[in-house]
Design a protein around this ligand. Sequence first.
Ligand code: 5AD
Ligand code: SF4
Length: 482
Amino acid sequence: MTESRNLSKFAVPAEELERQKEYAALVETVLQSRYPGEKPLAFVHTYGCQGNVADGEKIKGILASVGFGLTDDLAAADLVLYNTCAIREHAQDRVFGNVGKLKPIKAQKRDLIIALCGCMMQQEYVAEKIKKSYPFVDLVFGTHVIHKLPEFLYRVLCGGKRVFDLSGGDGNIVEGLPVRRDGTFKAFVPIMYGCDNFCSYCVVPYVRGRERSRDFDTVVDEVRHLAAQGYKDITLLGQNVNSYHKNEPAHLRFPALLRAVNDIPGDFLIRFMTSHPRDCSKELLDAMADCDKVAKHLHLPVQSGNDRVLREMNRHYDRARYLSLIDYAYQKMPGLSITSDIIVGFPGETDAEFEDTLSLVKQVKYTSLFTFIFSPRPGTKAALMDDPTPKEEKSRRFQALTALQETIAAERTAAMNGKTYRVLVEEPAKTDGWLSGRTEGNIIIEFPGDDGLIGTFQQVRVTEPRTWVLKGEPADPASFCM
Ligand code: 5AD
Ligand code: SF4
């Protein structure tokens, strides 16, 4: 791979990265003297979205670079790090619960380092709560200072004091950090960070900072490198990939980036997440349709089917604009698989407004949906809105929506019966001797086959179209003998 560039005004200065390399060397020495002849182990757990997973891969890369081995066994760990998510209250409650469980472990193992980072920590009230009520936590850092992990570790190891760093609120871009990828054939490549949309319910712009895009050629080089290493499923990531380089000329914007990565030689799939309907342009859908490596799957979160609710959510599109995008997308890509995120029970949503969401879902015929009950996030506009709808009514709406989607998904999968699809084989299925593969449209098909096929593309004929996980058989059984 060519040296990664960082031409952005958000670039962290090279001297700072050099300083961190010096800290990394110091930490390595301290760890060697503290654990002579053995490798200390780090247990890293990431909550939440793929963006957080990508951060987690950098954190693991840094930990490995200073001499930690990685473990999945919490009991064996010398360092426990939770990379947290703040998107809904439930996500935060889980983290508080799991951090609480570390207290007795730390009491037994005084040298254990406990570290918390990620979106949840970027909120001041959370960091304060950790400071006051969780004194056994050694290190808390926010989303903008991951590259300073070597320095934090040094201060914890040698300073004997707790370290809290939530600085860098507007965000930055750091290139060249070591990455320990979780997968060997699926990879995630962040192309931009942060979000400027300020949807009224969402905490992301507050915890991830302003929108900023990575250098075009650096992204293309990274994808080229991954393809050359044999990665088969590469996802370009951002809170809102459609606004990648939104203030730059067209040849640097997202549709151009898709075309550029599509031109990289090799047999691999390109995916992207997430698209905002506000900036989902015909140019993007044209690029998707033209690019053979780009999976024909569009995740286009609608959030609600009602115009008043969309306005209150600050989404900057209406139902008609969303549906016209969907029409255009289906027209250009007839087999397209569309998925979405929907929030039910937004403050003040009436039953009639919710019915608009149901009717939109019927019209679009999504492959699948991520559905959420509104969760008030401190600091957001929607958290201050009147919310008279009882919890039970919100649950009823949630169930009505999931039931409707289930019928739609069943109809869609029934139409797949007898047809053959190319899947990327991902893992063994629960049934012995069966594998689980994913179509480009993001549908799981299980079929009999040998573990040696994991990480390869195979043609599978659907024989049993169930609602979520379909059953199939090798379309060309000869090719399944390893
Ligand atoms: N409450 C419920 N769901 C939310 N999401 C974001 N913020 C909230 C919230 N406060 C959902 C949106 C978004 C997805 C990632 O999470 O649907 O698209
Ligand atoms: Fe949150 Fe809206 Fe930004 Fe998505 S686009 S991260 S929902 S503010």
